[in-house]
Design a protein around this ligand. Structure first.
Ligand code: NIG
Ligand code: FE
Length: 413
């Protein structure tokens, strides 16, 4: 496309929540405009300022009718490529069997591994497409997808390719994460160190070479891998230039947050049992805390993540669905906003920062999550009066329109 063909578009008459002030969410400015050139934002501001920019004169115009315009939402932690259902485990838990007991009896993650190994890449992509479609209807323009239900080289690669394919089929950007160290596969029962050798020596180098993953995750927990094993995976990932993130301290305090910080992890996620030392280490390393109220809710957890400590040490807080068939069968990020406020006590401003600016940071993406010149033109327009309404109702209204890379979603680009 020549420079002349790059479309110039102007969204005007909006109440703009730019998120450029990460702690307050930025104030909502009325009669605001967003000027877009191609896939990037050229300017954001009041109508009078933007009218003075020469490009604005030729722009295609969109009237936002005084609606709320904010950055496209980002779901920074999902496991949405999978096959099968774990509704029977849900039933078992209601009959008093714990998530840990189900896992120790060979169910849990291993049940989804068995189903996922049997599905073809195309089947996995089709199943995941349905889940992503539901998310994107809510204004999600970027999402993260983990592997971790393959647990051998071929099946982990199959999952990552299925995740990458989503970006070509739907209007979302996909960040992929290799989660080979999610659980010890059945064939390695009692030999978890040997499985970690396989992850480090075969799976990770092959995945890095084919550029199938943008980051590397692990599950550090008494039912999964210990800090030494995760340390080996992270050491190898960093050597291959892949950033890391961690499922940390979800069921017990196993020093996961501090371990993540030691490797300058982009994020440490869950964190229900994280101590103040762990939070301090995250603050020093700049590691984002990703809270997952869906898993807290489904597992009937009573230990809340340490919100007061995260605030005290100014650790950025992100939120995500954790969409997966076991601990969080949730495919609504708007519902997660509500859950984070009601279950964890986040303010609506904190919750909205958690699915925009802080979620971008949890993925190491500096080009989105806020509305400012030079950033990607990803945004959503909601027919609500105040930002708090996005968090207030269960089943908050979806956006009336979504723009991704400067293109209105659903219209020909
Ligand atoms: O984030 N905690 C580990 N992994 C997932 C659960 C995966 C599963 O139960 O299938 C989580 O909660
Ligand atoms: Fe998870």
């Amino acid at each position: 496309m020549s420079q002349q063909d790059v479309p110039i578009r102007l969204w005007e008459n909006a109440r703009v929540l730019s998120m450029t002030d990460e702690w307050t969410g930025g104030h909502v400015a009325g009669d605001g405009s967003v000027l877009v050139q191609g896939e990037r934002i050229l300017a954001v501001g009041p109508r009078s300022t933007l009218a003075a920019i020469p490009e604005a004169a030729h722009a295609e115009r969109f009237d936002c009718e005084d609606r709320l315009l904010l950055p496209g939402l980002i779901d920074c932690h999902t496991h949405l490529v999978f096959s099968g259902s774990r509704a029977t485990e849900f039933e078992q838990r209601l009959n008093g069997v714990s998530y840990r007991e189900i896992s120790e009896a060979g169910g849990g993650i291993r049940a989804t591994v068995a189903a996922t190994r049997q599905s073809s890449e195309n089947e996995l992509t089709a199943l995941a497409c349905n889940r992503v479609e539901r998310l994107s209807r809510e204004g999600i323009t970027t999402l993260e997808v983990k592997s971790g239900y393959g647990l051998d080289a071929a099946n982990e690669q199959k999952m990552l390719r299925a995740a990458r394919a989503l970006e070509t089929l739907l209007p979302v950007s996909v960040h992929t994460t290799f989660l080979g160290a999610h659980a010890v596969p059945e064939e390695f029962e009692g030999r978890s160190d040997a499985y970690i050798d396989l992850v480090c020596e075969e799976m990770l180098p092959a995945i890095a070479q084919d550029r199938l993953a943008d980051s590397v995750d692990a599950f550090c927990e008494t039912i999964a891998f210990d800090t030494d094993q995760v340390g080996r995976v992270f050491g190898k990932a960093r050597k291959l230039n892949l950033p890391v993130r961690l499922h940390a301290d979800q069921l017990t305090d196993c020093g996961g947050a501090a371990l993540a910080a030691r490797f300058n992890a982009l994020s440490a996620d869950h964190l229900e049992y994280t101590s103040e030392a762990g939070v301090r280490a995250m603050a020093r390393a700049g590691t984002v805390a990703v809270l997952l109220p869906g898993a807290f809710y489904y597992l009937n957890e009573t230990q809340q993540p340490p919100l007061a400590l995260l605030r005290k040490h100014a650790v950025p807080i992100a939120l995500a669905t954790d969409c997966n068939p076991g601990s969080s069968p949730v495919d609504s990020l708007l519902l997660v906003l509500n859950m984070a406020c009601v279950l964890f006590g986040l303010t609506p401003s904190e919750a909205i920062a958690g699915v925009t600016i802080h979620a971008a940071r949890a993925l190491g993406l500096t080009d989105r999550g806020v509305l400012a010149p030079g950033k990607r033109a990803d945004f959503a327009l909601f027919d609500v009066v105040s930002p708090a309404e996005l968090c207030y109702a269960i089943g908050a209204p979806p956006p009336v329109s979504v723009v991704r890379s400067g293109n209105p979603v659903g219209s020909p680009s």
